[in-house]
Design a protein around this ligand. Structure first.
Ligand SMILES: NC(=O)C1=CN([C@@H]2O[C@H](COP(=O)(O)OP(=O)(O)OC[C@H]3O[C@@H](n4cnc5c(N)ncnc54)[C@H](O)[C@@H]3O)[C@@H](O)[C@H]2O)C=CC1
Ligand SMILES: O=C([O-])CC(=O)C(=O)O
Length: 364
């Protein structure tokens, strides 16, 4: 498992095993922002990255100049906001990460960012479809539940959509789950892995504690832990607001985004058995209006190698999944300019009724 402690030692060790002829250009769109800057730094430390392209509507070249002084081999280039610069930033990219857009303020949901971020992501996705149609695209900008389907539509319209290469980044949810469960159990987070499925906002984030090392966590402890994992983002938004800085998670997100990019690079460079969660086009809950769903994915050279089923869940988790599917279906529909409300709503997960849109949830 990739943890904060292992990140740099792993990168350091692997520096000797990355062969000289493997070149991997990674592009960040939104590189000068709260996430973009630490993400640029973490990717500069990754020996698998040979070229780092940093684009932003403001400040890209400044961040690039700064991070380029870090004495690792990769070449860093910053780009000003102009169509030809965006083209140059994207051409030849193996991975494109998109954290461009506005973050939440207290009291806002991720869905409240739709109005601003949907068009930002749509326009950047158009450029990516034109200039880097074969790149693996990692969407960080919220609301991920909608920005990923929007990107898919853009790629379809341009005739270059490959569902194996489009990822909504949900890595932060498993990073948080592993950390929060270790705090309760008094264990090392490096040894804690919690599967998280669904989407990336509030109740659409479904931790499967029954599949963790601590399946017997129950009652109020379980409820509080699930809620903390689902609303971990709000914790950071509140803390930053109280501290006067504003914004949402940036450092932990940069760590999570860098881990996801590293996993894709490892898989594309031939490593097998690389797994990450990601919000991808998925058959698992398509019948419930959720053409996109996050679950454990095996990564390969093409991107998605295999989408793993959710696996055995308990009644409580069935209830959580049912709630998640209702919200997720609405978020996905909204991305397609259809904002009808959920058809069926469950308000109490403890009922564990596991019903969504009138259909029972099966254990997929
Ligand atoms: N997927 C996840 O788990 C997480 C997602 N996020 C999301 O990531 C996004 C970015 O968050 P922060 O970095 O904190 O925001 P920020 O405001 O600090 O940075 C955003 C950057 O995007 C740039 N930008 C805006 N429009 C652009 C465009 N058209 N082209 C290129 N660059 C553009 C801005 O100039 C700015 O530098 C937000 O939508 C936030 O909600 C944040 C944390 C976790
Ligand atoms: O909470 C937010 O708005 C940012 C985010 O997605 C997260 O921290 O998980």
């Amino acid at each position: 498992m990739f943890t904060a402690r292992s990140a740099f030692s792993t990168i350091g060790r692997r520096a000797f095993s990355v062969s000289a002829h493997q070149s991997s250009k990674v592009t960040i769109l939104g590189a000068a922002g709260g996430i973009g800057q630490p993400l640029s730094l973490l990717l500069k430390l990754n020996p698998r990255v040979t070229d780092l392209a940093l684009y932003d509507i403001r400040g890209g070249p400044g961040v690039a100049a700064d991070v380029s002084h870090v004495n690792t081999k990769s070449k860093v280039t910053g780009y000003d906001p102009a169509p030809e610069k965006l083209k140059a930033a994207l051409e030849g990219a193996e991975i494109v990460l998109i954290p461009a857009g506005v973050p939440r303020k207290p009291g806002m949901s991720r869905d409240d960012l739709f109005k601003t971020n949907a068009s930002i992501v749509r326009d950047l996705a158009k450029a990516a479809a034109d200039y880097a149609p074969n790149a693996k695209l990692l969407i960080i900008s919220n609301p991920v539940n909608s920005t990923v389907p929007i990107t898919a539509e853009v790629f379809k319209a341009k005739g270059v959509y490959n569902p194996k290469r489009l990822f909504g980044v949900t890595t932060l949810d498993v990073v948080r789950a592993s950390k929060f469960i270790s705090e309760i159990q008094g264990t090392d987070p490096a040894g804690e892995e919690v599967t998280v499925v669904g989407g990336h906002s509030g109740v659409t984030i479904v931790p499967l504690l029954s599949q963790s090392n601590h399946p017997s966590i129950d009652g109020a402890t379980r409820d509080a832990l699930v809620k903390r994992i689902q609303f971990g983002g709000d914790e950071v938004v509140q803390a930053k607001s109280s501290a006067g800085s504003g914004g949402s998670a940036t450092l932990s997100m940069a760590f999570a985004g860098s881990r996801m990019a590293d996993s894709l690079l490892r898989a594309s460079h031939g490593e097998t058995g690389v797994f990450e969660p990601a919000f991808v086009q998925s058959p698992l809950y398509k019948d419930y209006g959720c053409e996109f769903f996050s679950s454990r994915i095996e990564l390969g050279p093409e991107g998605v190698k295999e989408i793993h089923p959710v696996g055995k869940v308990n009644k409580y988790e069935e209830g959580l999944i049912a709630i998640a599917l209702n919200d997720l279906a609405a978020n996905i529909k909204k991305a397609r300019h259809c904002d009808t409300p959920p058809i069926y709503a469950i308000t109490d997960p403890r009922i564990g009724s596991g019903v969504c849109q009138g259909k029972p949830i099966s254990r997929r």
